[in-house]
Design a protein around this ligand. Structure first.
Ligand SMILES: [Fe+2]
Length: 258
């Protein structure tokens, strides 16, 4: 399995604080059957904004610690960008880091409101050849209210990541229900840990994958933790499964929509 979203780089955000913390996360990931972790530190103008070389150097320290301790795990560099009107420029300047230097960019939003420029920014990124991945989609109010809001974005080629611990109920029943709807409705393409430490959103995927198997079957669940993340880190194009159509509305629904 490949974990596409992890705050394993020490000392740069609210994830691992030290190399030892990162090593512990690596150990837990490896023991869970994860072979590759993409380090995705928060990257934006008000938090971690050192250059790529700094991120690579910090990640290399974790790689060396893993090698020293015999923890076999591939560690790749990416970033978690924050939706912003100038996101294209952030990609071009190297502040927003794509996943393993690919065309795929992990982006997060504020949880409670959806900035009006969001869709313009997504479009501009796509014009520049970037494929946006919506980070932890289950947590945004707009999606919790209407998961089908994602259909239009997915039809335009945007990918959606949900969080393993969300699927397992660690953020409460509402977020669990939303995560299940996204997975069952084919509105999620990647399950990742968004791990911040061994206790906080632990770096594990196997339990969430098993839960996904009960919702969509084995091949689709495996695709979300292996096949699709592999295509992303290898910068290959991805053929998205069509979202399941929204449940038919009752015949009187048009009275409410008017
Ligand atoms: Fe994150």
């Amino acid at each position: 399995m490949i974990d596409l979203h992890s705050h394993i780089i020490p000392g740069v955000d609210d994830g691992a604080a030290t190399v030892d913390d990162a090593l512990e996360m690596a150990r837990v990931a490896r023991d869970d059957g994860i072979t590759t972790v993409v380090a995705t530190p928060h990257r934006n103008p008000w938090s971690y904004r050192e250059d790529r070389v700094d991120a690579e150097r910090r990640l290399e320290e974790v790689r060396l610690a893993c090698r020293r301790e015999g923890v076999e795990l591939q560690l790749l560099l990416g970033g978690e960008a924050y939706i912003s009107p100038d996101l294209v420029e952030q990609v071009e300047s190297g502040l927003a880091l794509t996943i393993n230097g690919s065309r795929y960019l992990l982006i997060e939003w504020p949880y409670e409101h959806y900035p009006p420029y969001s869709e313009r920014v997504l479009f501009e990124l796509q014009v520049h050849g970037i494929v946006p991945i919506i980070a932890h989609a289950e947590r945004y109010r707009i999606i919790r209210r209407d998961p089908f809001y994602l259909v239009t974005l997915i039809e335009r080629g945007v990918l959606v990541q949900v969080t393993a611990s969300g699927l397992l109920g660690e953020f409460g029943p509402e977020i669990q229900r939303t995560t299940e709807m996204l997975v069952a409705g084919r509105l999620a393409h990647v399950i990742a840990s968004d791990s911040h430490g061994v206790d906080r959103r632990p770096p594990r995927l196997s339990a969430a994958r098993d839960r996904a198997v009960t919702l969509v079957g084995e091949p689709a669940a495996r695709a979300m933790v292996s096949d699709i993340p592999r295509r992303i880190i290898e910068n290959e194009p991805i053929e998205l499964p069509a979202p399941k159509p929204r449940k038919p509305q009752p015949f009187w629904a048009f009275w409410r929509s008017g």
